[in-house]
Design a protein around this ligand. Structure first.
Ligand code: ATP
Length: 310
C-alpha cells in the first residue's frame, strides 16, 4: 500500500438510480426479499469530497431534508470509508463532505450513491489501489444498491438486487422525476407489500424465491425506443407505495396527461419517474407538473457510475 500524501482532496460524483423494472419475490430468513430488477443510473448526482484527516468526520449539505441524514456510523458514506480503512489497514481517517441532490429516502438510492462515491474517493485519496473486484465486494457488504452506484449505466440485479449484470441499453432515455418533501421508509414499504400479499389470501401462490427480469424489458432497453420501454415499466412495490401515499397516483396522471409515455414509482418511492419520448416532451411534462405545484426535474439515463471529477 502506498499513501498518496500529495493528493489533498478527491472529488467523486455518483448517480442516483431509477428501477425501470422491479419484481419482488418472497422474503428470505435474513429479512431481504428476492428481487429481479433493472437499474438505470440517471443524471441526478451526489458529490462526495474526501480530505485527509486523522479521524473520521462528515458534513452533509444540499437537499432540503439534510437534517434527516445521520452524520455518525449509520451514514452509509461513513461506513464505506471505515470499511475500506479496515480492509486495507489504512491507519488514518478522512473528512468527508457530501453535497446531496438525490432526495433523501426517495427510492433513488442516494445513500448508496454516497457510499459508492466514498469508496472511490477514499481509495484514491489514500492510494489503497483496490481492484474492481475487491471494490465490488466491499460495495455489496455495504448494501444491495451500492454495487450498482459504483458501476452505473443500465444493469440487471438479481438475488437481493446485488448480483449485477450489465444490460445493453441503446441511446438515451429522458425522464421527469417528481420528488416529494418527505421520504418513504424502504422497510415500511416492503412491510406493506407483505401485508397486501397476506390480504390477497391463502389461495394465491407463495411469491417465488428466485426471479428473472422478463425478456421484453431487456429487448426494449436494447431497442433504445422509449415507447417500447414505456410498455414494460413495472414495479411490484408500486401498490404498497401508493397505499402509503395515495396522492402519487394523481402525480402520475398529471404527467401522462402532459405527454409522458408512462410513469412509475421509483424503487420504494415516493419519487415518481415519468418516461418521455424526447427532451422536448420532457420539458412539457416538467412545466405541467411545476404549474400544478410539484417539484419536477428533467434527467436522462443511462450515465456512468461513481467517477472522480478532475
Ligand atoms: P434505498 O436505497 O433503501 O431505496 P432510498 O434511496 O429510499 O433508500 P436513501 O436516501 O438512500 O433512501 O436513505 C434512506 C435512509 O438511510 C435515510 O432516511 C437515512 O436515515 C439513512 N442514510 C444513511 N446514509 C445516508 C446518506 N448518505 N444519505 C441519505 N440517507 C442516508
Amino acid at each position: 500500500m502506498s499513501i498518496a500524501a500529495t493528493t489533498e482532496s478527491v472529488h467523486v460524483r455518483a448517480p442516483g438510480k431509477i428501477n425501470v423494472y422491479l419484481g419482488v419475490g418472497g422474503r428470505h430468513d435474513d429479512g431481504y426479499h428476492a428481487l429481479a430488477t433493472v437499474f438505470q443510473a440517471v443524471s441526478l448526482y451526489e458529490d462526495v469530497i474526501a480530505r485527509h484527516a486523522d479521524d473520521f468526520s462528515l458534513t452533509v449539505s444540499g437537499v432540503d431534508d439534510v437534517d434527516e441524514v445521520p452524520l455518525d456510523d449509520r451514514n452509509l458514506a461513513m461506513r464505506a470509508a471505515k470499511l475500506l480503512a479496515a480492509a486495507t489497514e489504512y491507519p488514518g481517517g478522512v473528512a468527508l463532505e457530501i453535497r446531496k441532490r438525490v432526495p433523501v429516502a426517495g427510492g433513488m438510492g442516494g445513500g448508496s450513491a454516497d457510499a459508492a462515491a466514498a469508496l472511490v474517493a477514499c481509495d484514491a485519496l489514500w492510494g489503497t489501489g483496490l481492484s474492481a473486484a475487491r471494490m465490488h465486494e466491499l460495495a455489496s457488504r455495504l448494501g444491495a444498491d451500492v454495487p450498482f452506484a459504483l458501476h452505473g449505466g443500465t444493469a440487471v440485479g438479481t438475488g437481493r438486487g446485488d448480483q449485477l449484470n450489465p444490460a445493453l441499453a441503446r441511446g438515451r432515455f429522458d425522464w421527469v422525476l417528481v420528488t416529494s418533501e418527505h421520504g418513504l421508509s424502504t422497510p415500511v414499504v416492503y412491510g406493506r407489500l407483505d401485508l397486501l400479499r397476506e390480504e390477497e389470501g391463502a389461495l394465491a401462490d407463495d411469491p417465488p424465491m428466485s426471479l428473472d427480469v422478463p425478456i421484453p424489458v431487456l429487448q426494449a432497453l436494447r431497442s433504445g425506443d422509449p415507447a417500447q420501454l414505456a410498455d414494460t415499466l413495472y414495479n411490484d412495490l408500486q401498490a404498497a407505495a401508493l397505499s402509503e401515499r395515495p396522492d402519487l397516483a394523481e402525480t402520475i396522471d398529471i404527467g401522462i396527461r402532459a405527454g409522458a409515455l408512462q410513469g412509475i414509482v421509483s424503487g420504494s418511492g415516493p419519487t415518481i419517474a415519468l418516461l418521455c419520448a424526447d427532451p422536448e416532451a420532457a420539458q412539457d411534462v416538467q412545466t405541467a407538473l411545476r404549474r400544478s405545484g410539484h417539484e419536477a426535474l428533467h434527467v436522462h439515463g443511462p450515465v456512468p457510475g461513481a467517477r472522480i471529477v478532475v
